[in-house]
Design a protein around this ligand. Structure first.
Ligand code: ADP
Length: 460
């Protein structure tokens, strides 16, 4: 799950939990407080009635005053013989079970409250809060049951719960929108850092991420990443330097050795069997020489950030290389065909582009069949030249085609080695194409043909 969604959920969870706790507290308070108020009200009524009864009034006076006092209440008064002294009007309409304990209790009963209270709905069911009290009326003990409908209270409580649920739903939606927006805001710099890190590749290790102005955790992360890129760049440079130095150091002794061997092979005073041995070793030496040269070329290319900008005709350059290779191809009974549909002028390193044609022509002959054909095609479209060099040779298996541009990759090691191949030719080609902002790809049908196609930007 995306961090943005997770942060939103945490926000909503936390927000809802605290709102829920607050609501529970409010509901609890709202639910208990009115009972306390009603109980106080009932107690005060009981006290008034008790005070009044102690004043030794006549029965008619008692009945009339109790009647006026009892207007919203259900009241039943019993004397010490358990005979009813007084019943309020509600007693005839509402049946309330009489209990002496607990002294306060709730009763759910049928009650046409609409007849008594304006504002009460005509619903028949109602809840009453009942209080039982016993006191002395000035001579003998009396028992009083007094009750009051809780109509308003239950309605208010259910309305409150309803409002709380609506409030919770609305606040959840607000929280969702807010937390999603806040999470997006928090994560925006991380997205930027991520995009910049992706842009940094092996070839652009000198790029750095600009740290945010505020000195927060993201600033620290950016600084750490930049330090890591410093270290990576340093070790990559060291590695490339090592290869460059090693191949450079090897080049001179190899040249000396080659010259010495050439001299020895040309010396007629040396016995024939020894000369034959020297010739075989000379071929190995040439292969080694080529490998070192390729390594040096590659390391030079690795260090290159940009290339020389000669202005030249790609067609003329290609033709030059084709003519150089024609005698070699003919020696292998191979045919070279050229189809240059468009003239392409380009700007770049003529020497390096020449190297592309040499390496690809060399492969097209090396891995061709006797009597095969090598085709060169150049077309231009939308500011790019497309060069396709194809041969009717042994082809490349499908699982190797994606790897032929890797360093030292050879499909058939023994066959490639026989031709003096080291697996660096196509790597160099790819590197040169990329240095000129072009693209390269390989296609093949094993046993039938191979085509290497590359594009290069051209001058309009
Ligand atoms: P190498 O110096 O070995 O030729 P390359 O980098 O030029 O190295 O090529 C890598 C491998 O790709 C070669 O060893 C060979 O197996 C395969 N390959 C390259 N070009 C062709 C081709 N035209 N036809 C068949 N296989 C090829």
């Amino acid at each position: 799950m995306k961090i943005r969604y997770r942060i939103s959920l945490w926000f909503i969870g936390g927000g809802l939990l605290s709102t829920l706790l607050l609501s529970l507290f409010v509901v609890y308070e709202k639910a208990t407080l009115p009972y306390e108020l009603i109980d106080d009200e009932l107690l005060s009524q009981v006290n008034s009635i008790a005070d009044f009864l102690r004043e030794n009034r006549s029965d008619a006076e008692v009945a009339s005053v109790l009647k006026s006092l009892s207007r919203p209440y259900w009241i039943q008064l019993f004397d010490h013989k358990n005979e009813v002294i007084f019943s309020s009007d509600l007693v005839a309409l509402v049946d309330i079970p009489l209990k002496q304990a607990p002294s306060f209790y709730n009763v759910n009963t049928q009650a046409p409250l609409g007849q008594f209270f304006t504002g009460a709905d005509s619903e028949e069911k109602a809840q009453f809060r009942v209080h039982f009290a016993q006191f002395d009326d000035g001579g003998s003990p009396v028992m009083l049951y007094i009750a009051r409908p809780l109509e308003d209270l239950t309605r208010e409580t259910s309305e409150l719960i309803q409002s709380i649920f609506i409030g919770l739903a609305i606040s959840s939606l607000c929280l969702l929108a807010m937390s999603y927006a806040i999470a997006g805001r928090i994560l925006r710099p991380i997205k930027t850092i991520n995009r910049l890190v992706r842009e940094i590749s092996e070839n652009t290790l000198d790029k750095r991420i600009t740290p945010a102005k505020s000195r927060d955790e993201l600033h620290e992360l950016t600084v750490s990443l930049n330090t890591m890129f410093d270290r990576l760049e340093f070790s990559f440079a060291r590695q490339k330097e090592f290869v460059a130095n090693a191949s450079h150091e090897l080049k001179t002794p190899l040249s000396i050795l080659r010259l010495a061997m050439e001299e020895a092979i040309g010396d007629n005073s040396i016995a024939e069997p020894l000369r034959k041995k020297l010739s075989d070793q000379y071929i190995i030496l040439l292969r080694l020489n080529r490998l070192v040269e390729n390594l040096l070329n590659l390391s030079v290319l690795e260090f290159k950030g940009s290339v020389k900008t000669d202005r030249f005709s790609l067609n003329d350059l290609a033709m030059e290389v084709v003519e150089e290779f024609r005698p070699i191809a003919e020696a292998h009974h191979m045919t070279l065909t050229v189809s240059f549909n468009d003239r392409c002028m380009m700007s770049g390193s003529r020497d390096l582009i020449r190297q592309i044609f040499i390496n690809l022509s060399d492969n097209a002959i090396k891995y061709n069949k006797p009597g095969g054909t090598i085709r060169y095609r150049i077309t231009a479209d939308k500011g790019y030249a497309t060069v396709k060099i194809s041969d009717t040779g042994i082809g490349i298996p499908a699982d190797s085609i994606v790897r032929v541009f890797e360093q030292f990759y050879r499909v058939e090691k023994s066959r490639a080695a026989r031709h003096g191949g080291s697996g660096l030719g196509l790597t160099i080609v790819k590197k040169i194409v990329e240095l000129h902002n072009g693209t390269i790809s390989a296609e093949s049908v094993p046993g039938q043909w191979t085509a290497i196609t590359f594009t290069l930007p051209i001058l309009s």
